[in-house]
Design a protein around this ligand. Structure first.
Ligand code: FEO
Length: 170
């Protein structure tokens, strides 16, 4: 069994990751409605990754004999208007998720829960990648997004993203 607070925060994180999946699915639909299939593809795959994150935490709790409570997933609460909006919203959201992961890590550290710290190491690295991806997408949109040819090239780039299962095994 895990420390009660650590287990509770991990349980909550399942919900946060599923919310992230929901949010990115919403962004995918937004870009779909704008005719940008590549961006829509990128966020659809991102939604799959977020679901993977939730499942990894769920499996970790299960493996540790913890009871898991699934709460309602909130409606996506961000309304993008411009093509840049989802990109900036995603960065802000990922920075928030990083703070949540760091908080759980801090709790695990305080009770010498080395097992959870080791489990979360993957998420700490993943958050760096997620923030960097978000920042890069903003930069590219700033540089090339106002030109129709540039936007077409960017959309083609993001269309090439393919889903791959997480590298973490439990
Ligand atoms: Fe599951 Fe985007 O962090």
């Amino acid at each position: 069994m895990l420390n009660e607070k650590v287990a509770s925060l991990l349980n909550e994180q399942i919900n946060k990751e599923l919310y992230s999946a929901y949010l990115y699915l919403d962004f995918s639909l937004f870009y779909d409605s704008k005719g940008l299939d590549g961006y829509a593809n990128w966020y659809k795959i991102q939604a799959q990754e977020e679901r993977d994150h939730a499942m990894l935490i769920l499996e970790y709790l299960k493996n540790n004999g913890e009871k898991i409570t699934l709460e309602a997933v909130a409606k996506p609460d961000k309304t993008p208007n411009t093509l840049m909006d989802p990109l900036k919203m995603a960065l802000e959201h990922e920075q928030y998720v990083t703070s949540l992961i760091n908080n759980i890590y801090g709790e695990a550290y305080s009770v010498k829960d080395f097992r959870t710290m080791q489990f979360l190491d993957w998420f700490v690295k993943e958050q760096l990648e997620e923030e960097k991806n978000s920042e890069d997408m903003i930069t590219k949109m700033e540089l090339f997004g106002s030109d129709s040819k540039g936007l077409y090239m960017l959309d083609s780039e993001f269309a090439a993203r393919v889903y791959s299962a997480p590298s973490l095994t439990l």
